[in-house]
Design a binder for this molecule. Structure first.
Ligand code: ADP
Ligand code: MG
Ligand code: MG
Length: 268
């Protein structure tokens, strides 16, 4: 089999818009790790962006952010070695159209928002929040990953310099207009929560149709789709999905707390 640095590649774990990720086994230690390799033809700026991604995650040391173990270059191939998430992505765990129990949703949101609040406090906006980038380890703990297009909030860099990545499904109105802030991650998480609550994304269609809806359309009522969803929960999700970033919760932690409280109140 193929080898990258000290790792023997075992099998492919998944791929995204930019990269393939393999399960690797350390040739001396026998330990497992996930090895990310870009699948584009590499220009110098791709390699530099990939190194930036590695440096961003390496700097973010948090129990709910995937840990970077190493970064290396083998021949012309740069590779990122990270902690292996044995249960794969949340997307894989729950197939499309599945309604998740409120208990599971609030637990996921709690963990992801801790990771995001920490990143935001370090002035890093993830910008690519979606279930494909949320991993689960052996203990089913959530690990946020793929900081490939994450950007420092006060960066002078043009936020659109690397283009609009992938799907527009989870993209906030301000990102579509070329701006972003920590509130953009809250909006994306709001779309994810909406999808977990009712099994459907609020907006569907082509890239352009999605953009128009993010900018101008109100998300369809959750309660009308699933009658068990309480007005309190609906109100919280809709606030995270406000078109105007200033109308959303003040930060991602406040969003998570509101959801948790609405869940607990409903239980009693
Ligand atoms: P891209 O930047 O191309 O989206 P990702 O970093 O999101 O690449 O990785 C692509 C896919 O590889 C993920 O959606 C997931 O299925 C899998 N993957 C990524 N990192 C890990 C990991 N640490 N453990 C297990 N699987 C992973
Ligand atoms: Mg990804
Ligand atoms: Mg990426």
């Amino acid at each position: 089999g193929q080898r990258l640095g000290n790792y023997q590649l075992v099998r492919m774990l998944g791929k995204g818009g930019f990269a393939q990720v393999y399960l690797g086994e350390h040739i001396h230690l026998g330990t497992q790790a996930a090895i990310k390799v870009l699948h584009t033809r590499l220009s110098d700026s791709d390699i530099e962006a990939f190194r930036m991604e590695a440096r961003t995650i390496a700097r973010l040391v948090h129990p709910h952010i995937v840990r970077v173990l190493e970064f290396g270059v083998e021949g012309n191939t740069p590779f990122l070695v990270m902690e292996y998430a044995a249960e794969g992505t949340i997307r894989k765990q729950h197939s499309k159209g599945t309604i998740l129990p409120l208990e599971t949703i609030t637990s996921y949101v709690q963990q992801i928002s801790e990771a995001l609040q920490y990143a935001h406090d370090q002035k890093v906006v993830h910008r690519d929040i979606k279930p494909e980038n949320m991993l689960l380890d052996k203990q089913h703990r959530v690990l946020l990953s793929d900081f490939g297009i994450a950007v420092a909030v006060q960066s002078s860099q043009d936020p659109m310099a690397r283009g609009i990545a992938g799907t527009a499904t989870y993209m906030s109105p301000e990102q579509i207009k070329g701006k972003f802030s920590p509130a953009s991650d809250q909006y994306a998480l709001g779309i994810v929560v909406y999808e977990w609550l009712c099994g459907e994304r609020p907006f569907q269609g082509s890239f352009t149709e999605l953009c128009v809806q993010h900018l101008f359309a109100s998300p369809p009522s959750l309660h009308e789709k699933v009658s068990e969803i309480s007005p309190a929960i609906e109100k919280i999700v809709m606030r995270a999905l406000a078109k105007e970033p200033a109308q959303r919760f003040q930060d991602i932690h406040t969003f998570a707390v509101a959801l948790q409280e609405a869940y607990e109140t409903r239980e009693s």
